[in-house]
Design a protein around this ligand. Structure first.
Ligand code: URP
Ligand code: ZN
Ligand code: ZN
Ligand code: ZN
Length: 465
């Protein structure tokens, strides 16, 4: 038998295709054996009664991104990845944001420098392209994709990020030529502006009106436009953070026509509603739930489950985008107090994504363990080109979440590790919780504690497609 460094013994090993009782043999950070019994390893973890899941991969998180004048994101790479580890994740994919008028290459270098030596889990970077200048389209983007930055996000809204349709088409065209995947934030800029200005004229400026200013029609229209542009250019796209039936049906329609349209959804769209944006006593507490697209209603939750069970969605990500609530640099900026328009968009969720999907999905009988693993890990690795990640199989990195499927837990801010000062899921009860997280054969989190200094996580270089 091959020499092992570590054996994980007695767990039910879950992959996208099956669940089997097996011991997992690990050497040099890789899985080298799966067998009924693996004895004699110098270190053993007793995992009887637990599930061994592929470590969670969260392919949509925002870390240390500037978000407007005077606004600071609540997480740096150390705190965000500590929270990720505690939540059963071994790999996250944040964005290197290009500010308009600046170099995309420089953005990638500066985010890498922020992450270097500070991460508890592995990191692979996407980019955000906000400036479709001739230099970006002709030089920087092609060369970065050749360097392995094979996915990037574009926005159809936000003053400082929105691309025109012509810009979108040009960016799609570069992606097609270079073999990249474009992630698209689908919400129509002009319609949102029109609605926002009308609401402000009427004095409807509380956080709740954020949801009113970005109804599902606005998301559906943009999704349809993105799909049409992708079809024109013949490029694969990923429609991110789909919030409800309208956009989901656009994706389903595109997929039924054979278009290469992938889709992602997030915990907020199966649990929260626009009603959460209404102030409940606390000053502007609705701001805690301001994210885009906004959470909808119960019927939307059902529509998202339809998409999750029918295979319309390939990935379930957090869209972690943390701001402190009780802070003038977070949700309660002086400007944010005057109108929802200025409340920074985004909610924290990197640590709670897996328990919410497991509990609402597997424990409540809506999805199988196999579908859970696909949505939380395997598909992220496959779609974003992360070799040796996202499964428990010989030759793969030993990235594993040991999971107690029966553990009841109540989500509370005080048990979380993120830099935000609240969780949108305060008091939310789940069944199923991570017991420990193993990154390339090393335990990085156990029983709610993050173990080891930051720096165990690597910044991964992806292969060009
Ligand atoms: O409100 C959100 N989701 N903020 C994060 C940025 C984005 O659009 O994903
Ligand atoms: Zn977005
Ligand atoms: Zn696919
Ligand atoms: Zn996002």
């Amino acid at each position: 038998m091959t020499e092992l460094d570590l054996a994980i013994r007695g767990a039910t090993v879950v992959t996208a295709s099956e669940s089997v009782r097996a011991d997992i043999g690990i050497r040099g950070g890789r899985i080298v054996a799966l067998a009924d019994t693996l004895e004699g390893a110098p270190r053993e973890i007793d995992a009887r009664g637990l599930l061994a899941l592929p470590g969670g991969i969260d392919s949509h998180v925002h870390i240390a991104q500037p978000s407007g004048p005077g606004i600071v994101m609540a997480d740096d790479f150390a705190s965000a990845t500590a929270a990720a580890a505690a939540g059963g994740n071994t790999l996250v994919m944040p964005f290197a944001l290009q500010a308009r008028g600046t170099s995309l290459r420089a953005a990638v270098e500066s985010y890498r420098a922020l992450a270097e030596g500070r991460c508890h889990v592995d990191v692979a970077m996407h980019m955000i392209v906000s400036d479709a200048s001739p230099n970006v389209l002709g030089q920087e983007l092609p060369s970065l994709v050749k360097d392995g930055y094979t996915s990037f996000k574009v926005f159809m809204t936000y003053d400082d990020l929105v691309l025109s349709d012509r810009d979108l088409l040009q960016v799609f065209d570069v992606a097609r030529r270079e073999g990249a995947l474009v992630m698209v934030h689908c919400e129509g800029y002009d319609a949102i502006r029109f609605l926002t200005e009308r609401l402000e004229r009427e004095g409807r400026t509380a956080p709740y009106y954020h949801a009113v200013s970005r109804p599902e029609i606005v998301e559906r229209e943009a999704a349809h436009r993105a799909i049409s542009h992708a079809e024109l250019v013949d490029v694969p796209i990923m429609i991110v953070h789909v919030s409800g039936r309208e956009a989901m049906e656009q994706v389903r329609w595109a997929q039924s026509r054979g278009l290469k349209v992938h889709a992602e959804t997030c915990p907020q769209y199966i649990t929260l509603t626009a009603e959460d944006l209404r102030d409940a006593g606390l000053e502007m507490s609705g701001a805690k739930y301001v994210c885009s697209p906004p959470p909808r209603d119960r019927d939307s939750h059902a529509a998202i489950w339809e998409g999750l069970t029918q295979g319309v969605f390939q990935t379930f990500s957090s869209d972690h985008c943390p701001f402190r609530y009780d802070s003038p640099e977070g949700k309660l900026t002086p400007r944010g107090r005057t109108s929802f328009r200025w409340v920074p968009n985004g909610i924290p969720g990197i640590e709670t994504r897996l328990p919410i999907l497991f509990s609402e999905g597997v424990s409540k009988g809506r999805i199988s363990l196999q579908r859970f693993v696909e949505l939380s890990s395997t598909n992220h690795a496959r779609i974003y080109g992360l070799a040796r990640k996202g499964s428990i199989a010989v030759g793969y990195d030993a990235d594993i979440a040991l999971w107690d499927p029966n553990r009841r837990e109540t989500i509370r801010q005080e048990i979380l590790h993120h830099g935000a000062d609240y969780t949108p899921w305060e008091g939310f009860e789940v069944v199923g919780w991570p017991v420990s997280t193993i990154l390339r054969g090393e335990v990085i989190a156990e029983a709610g504690r993050v173990i080891g200094a930051p720096g165990q996580g690597r910044i991964l270089d992806r292969q060009p497609r």
